[in-house]
Design a protein around this ligand. Sequence first.
Ligand code: F6P
Length: 358
Amino acid sequence: MKPRIGVLTSGGDCPGLNAVLRGVVLAAEKLGWEVIGFKDGFEGLLPPGDYKILDRYSTDGIMALGGTIIGTTNRGHFVAKIGAGDRAVVAEEVIEKARKVLGELGVNALVIVGGDGSMTTALQLQEAGINCIGVPKTIDNDLEATAMTFGFDSAVDVVVDACDRLHTTATSHKRVMVVEVMGRHAGWIALHGGIAGGADIILIPEIPFDFDIIAQTIKVRDSAGHLDSLVVVAEGARPRDGQQVKRDTDSGEFRLGGIGDIVAREIAARTGKETRCCVLGHLQRGGAPTTLDRILGTRFGVKAVQLANEGHFGSMVSYQNYQVRHVPIADAVNRLRLVPPNGELVQAARDVEIGFGD
Ligand code: F6P
């Protein structure tokens, strides 16, 4: 039997996952290995094992597809993270079941494509003796130990496109348009999308805001003759004296969202201007990956196979200084990579007259 490598995609889907799968398959086939794609994230590892053989034919033409051809979930038996900083331990018997399935299928190494929660699970599997290689994925771009994750660029592209479209309505109606974007506890999507989309105000979790200051910025713009304004607000942003807006607290898990409507309401009340909110939501996770995400995904997939071949188990593919390298998975978990509030990017935004409501 050929040596076998397993791969699974875990957590929220994003553009570029299929590029990784294709990269893994083609690099593995070059070594004479067979690739097993476990379905629906870690759940596919549960007995009897839910998987399909991935080869050059089943991965042909998938590069341009959003999502993942083997499915994913951010729920289930292996969820090791239940909220910001809150950790749950994957049950010992669940890990044992996974180990048994991998053993029966002759899988020597498991490539886990996911975000911080999935890397936390990967670390637990590795510590339990299962050979794991991590591949960093998330539109939020909040993973430590890598300068970038694939999926982020595609999500930002959606935000920029939305901003371009909303600008014309804002200008025509002399309105304030508020766009709520994803990113969980990190403001990367809002910051990059807002700068590239020509936002006038960007609200991010790392810089708590004040409604009066936002209103003041809009009034100053009005007095200067700019009668429309575009506000990009990250779903995790919060007022200085307030909390993040959360919903769906079933099973200890929460989702962020709803701050956009609140910001729009407060702006309208404080400025008297017609204000509308547009929530981009899961549009940011769908569709074809950008060129950058296709290339990053391909390189990450190839690197994961190389790491498995060299026996670098317990490591995660990492993007640093334009090079694809690797770091211990442990370096990527337990803390998030957030926007430095006084960093160069925020300062550049301020220098082009973008307000942060602070
Ligand atoms: O982590 C990716 C992400 O899209 C976040 O930006 C967002 O808060 C969350 O996932 C949404 O998760 P779900 O798809 O479960 O609603």
